[in-house]
Design a protein around this ligand. Sequence first.
Ligand SMILES: CC(C)(COP(=O)(O)OP(=O)(O)OC[C@H]1O[C@@H](n2cnc3c(N)ncnc32)[C@H](O)[C@@H]1OP(=O)(O)O)[C@@H](O)C(=O)NCCC(=O)NCCS
Length: 154
Amino acid sequence: MSSRTTVRPATTGDVDAIVALEAEAFPLDPWSANLIGEGVSGLLPTITVVVAEHAGAFAGYAVVSVVDVDAELQRIAVPEPLRRAGVATAVLRGVHAVAGEGGAARLLLEVREDNAPARRFYERHGFSELGRRPRYYRDGTTALVLATTVTMVP
Ligand SMILES: CC(C)(COP(=O)(O)OP(=O)(O)OC[C@H]1O[C@@H](n2cnc3c(N)ncnc32)[C@H](O)[C@@H]1OP(=O)(O)O)[C@@H](O)C(=O)NCCC(=O)NCCS
């Protein structure tokens, strides 16, 4: 699939698709349409939103914040029917590019301890555990803090 998957900056035309995927992928704490609209419009300092397209249709997104030498992956999601086909891998490559262009050397993120698919995904992509935040999420679940080095593929 990845040969037909492209990654580009998000626009206001992507907000509805991102909001719908937020509700599906992050039902406990979805970002509001307003917040996502501000993010794609460049109104949130440090934030960049990227979108994947597969065969011309919305296929996922990521939100990355770059502050000095640290970038933080705040969101990454792919619609359920499109998973395990390399879309998030393509999106992560785009995130590394945004981070590197912004001058970041390290890419950090938090992941729920019980999110096995995401943990496997990050492990496969070279993230390692930096720390743990007990009861970080509203339902009491621990957050793992993961990090990797920013790499830009030419
Ligand atoms: C995590 C997520 C973004 C991965 O997206 P994806 O497009 O399916 O990922 P890819 O196809 O690029 O996966 C690459 C590799 O990650 C690992 N992986 C991804 N999903 C997995 C799963 N369900 N079980 C085990 N390993 C998995 C595998 O190593 C996979 O390679 P393989 O398919 O050759 O075995 C997706 O599952 C998702 O949207 N989840 C809901 C939102 C979420 O939890 N986001 C992360 C918040 S921290």
